[in-house]
Design a protein around this ligand. Structure first.
Ligand code: GEK
Length: 258
């Protein structure tokens, strides 16, 4: 296991993200490979405004929706930050967490971090980390489903069907918590929030080259929707209510009720 720090009970690698620091002849499409896994905690914190607040409060919100003897899903779990937050906050009887990611490198490291969490705290919810595609998942009855910055990596034409399956799996009283980067239909609003996001990354130590190369690496693999598109799609998938609970610049998190 690489060196890691414990911050507020979260095990995180301390390796800084320098992936796009040197000029590349050709910028390959972004992939969740071993190189990204090594620097992921630093990368996501310096790139996603509000990420630590969203992750910690996702656990707090989940505790309000968790129903006894049900599953809590962390879909696109990466290194398990959301899973760790669920385990810090949810106290309902008989709940267990299923974390799913299709990156083998992420899953391997996630299991190590969860083992570290197990060795530090007692009476944590049981957790299973599954390496697999969330599009092929056979859902069990669930009270909380977290899609924390994952839906944007799913092919747009697959998103509605996935949300339909999530909706079907949710038990009464449960919720989907969906966090995403947003795009905006109003051009001026889109340009302003994009510029402010660049300023956020700059303030977190990324150079212009890093910002530009990351942008071109990610543009083919990550396709953000607008808040209106999310709301319409969630309602079309069967959800009855969509409530935004957090937004920082062009990143937001929504609660969707079954
Ligand atoms: C966090 N939730 O730290 N099936 C399973 N996993 C997938 C799929 C798929 N079809 N597509 C992408 N992923 C995390 C952050 S990162 C977001 C989530 C980001 C996985 C992918 O391997 C990656 O680990 C994750 O979704 C997206 O709160 O890096 O911006």
């Amino acid at each position: 296991m690489p060196p890691f720090l414990i911050i507020a009970g979260i095990a995180v690698s301390k390796e800084p993200d320098r992936i796009f620091a040197q000029p590349l002849d050709q910028v390959p499409d972004f992939a969740f490979n071993e190189d990204v896994v090594r620097v992921f905690p630093d990368m996501i914190k310096r790139s996603v405004p509000g990420y630590p607040t969203i992750v910690e409060n996702l656990g707090v919100l989940a505790a309000q929706f968790a129903q006894p003897n049900s599953v809590l899903y962390d879909l696109g779990s990466s290194l398990g930050a959301v899973t760790q937050s669920l385990r810090r906050h949810v106290r309902s009887e008989g709940c267990r967490v299923i974390a799913v990611d299709n990156s083998a490198a992420m899953v391997e490291r996630c299991r190590e971090y969860l083992k570290a969490q197990d060795s530090m705290f007692q009476e944590l919810l049981p957790v299973e980390v599954v390496e697999g595609d969330i599009l092929a998942l056979q859902f069990q009855p669930a009270s909380v489903v977290a899609l924390n910055f994952t839906l944007q990596f799913i092919a747009p034409e697959q998103r509605l069907a996935l949300l339909g399956r999530v909706h079907q799996a949710l038990v009464p009283g449960g919720a989907l918590i969906l966090s995403e980067k947003l795009r905006f239909n109003d051009e001026q609003e889109h340009a302003l929030l994009t510029d402010l996001h660049v300023a956020f990354k700059r303030a977190n130590g990324y150079s212009e080259l890093e910002i530009a190369q990351k942008r071109s690496a990610i543009e083919n693999v990550m396709k953000p929707d607008s808040l209106e598109e999310h709301r319409d799609r969630l309602l079309a998938a069967g959800f009855s209510k969509v409530v935004p609970w957090f937004q920082c610049l062009n990143f937001a998190s929504l609660i969707a009720l079954p």
